[in-house]
Design a protein around this ligand. Structure first.
Ligand SMILES: [Mn+2]
Length: 324
């Protein structure tokens, strides 16, 4: 594993210096080096399958740049990246203008992390990448529970007649039995898509939808408690579309929708979910940086989403008495 911090006294590399990796973590593209790794952060920089604004191909790089060094999180007292072995496993081999080939290569790279016993956390990329992400985890762990933060259900059968899209991954995963519909909860739905046909389909499947107006009415803690009860025990995947946030917190995304969650609520919910669920994988998607190559608001909150997931995983392992 290439450790980008060895040149600095005590390993304390300034955030703006050295190789650009997630949180300045060690970097490898060699699956043989994943032995003993708890979490592998993987980029999936593609945006061919968006229905509206492109730009998520720049998401992983922007999240890596948004950073700030690792450290002890004030609210929990946990330094997740000191308690867990976390590496940046680089980017899946996306192929510009060939999204299906990109999906095959994302499946391959995420699968390498899963096979090594690591929890993959994938940085998108448009939300279509959830399909290979979840499939790679289900290959090892069987049908999964799914906790899904999003403005949209992403349960379309097709978008503009296209079946593989950022609006359809959850339909495909449920239809193929990869996600157990009875253990699938959506949080934060609002706006103007999808319509009655898609909602009727997901009701027939037994999918639980907690729209934004219910989150607002009952509060994030009660809403999340309901979602966690639906996902329950057993292997689960966490997928976070940053468009669940109000555009005030995440303007750089493919299909922004006003009236969404606050960053504080989402970060708390991500940490709590990672602590309470048996997470076997996660992704953070639809970061379309508004200033390409720069650390912007949306990329910053996506970086913090990953860190709260890591903090939750660390807290879960503490509670289980697992060696750090
Ligand atoms: Mn989505």
């Amino acid at each position: 594993v290439l450790d980008p911090t060895t040149r600095w006294p005590r390993g304390e590399k300034p955030d703006h210096a050295g190789l650009l990796t997630f949180a300045g973590l060690p970097y490898t593209e060699d699956a043989a080096e994943l032995a003993g790794v708890d979490v592998a952060v993987i980029g999936a920089p593609m945006d061919e399958l968006v229905s509206d604004r492109p730009g998520t191909r720049f998401g992983p790089r922007a999240i890596r740049a948004a950073g700030g060094p690792p450290g002890r999180q004030v609210e929990t007292g946990v330094d997740a990246m000191a308690e867990l072995v976390v590496v940046d496993f680089g980017d899946a081999a996306v192929i510009p203008a060939d999204p299906l080939a990109s999906h095959a290569n994302i499946l391959q790279t995420v699968g390498e992390a899963v096979d090594a016993g690591a929890i993959p956390i994938v940085l998108g990329g448009d939300h279509s990448i959830a399909e290979p992400d979840v499939r790679a985890c289900a290959r090892r762990h069987g049908p999964l529970g799914l906790l899904h933060f999003d403005t949209h259900t992403d349960t379309g059968r097709d978008i503009y007649g296209v079946e593989v899209s950022h609006g359809t991954p959850m339909y495909r995963l449920v239809e193929d039995g990869i996600v157990d519909a009875r253990r699938y909860a959506q949080v934060g739905l609002r706006g103007y898509w999808p319509g009655p046909e898609e909602f009727a389909w997901q009701e027939r499947q037994g999918i639980t939808a907690i729209p934004m107006h219910q989150v607002r009415a009952e509060g994030i803690a009660a809403a999340l408690e309901r979602a966690l009860a639906v996902v329950g025990a057993g292997p689960a995947f966490l997928t976070v579309d940053v468009d669940v946030l109000d555009p005030a917190y995440a303007p750089g995304t493919g299909t922004p929708e006003p009236g969404g969650m606050t960053a504080a609520d989402l970060l708390w919910a991500c940490r709590t979910s990672a602590m309470r669920l048996e997470l076997v994988g996660a992704d953070v998607v639809e970061v379309a940086p508004t200033a390409v190559g720069a650390a912007d608001t949306t990329a910053l909150v996506a970086d913090r989403i990953v860190r709260e997931i890591l903090t939750g995983i660390a807290l879960r392992r503490r509670a289980a008495g697992a060696p750090a």
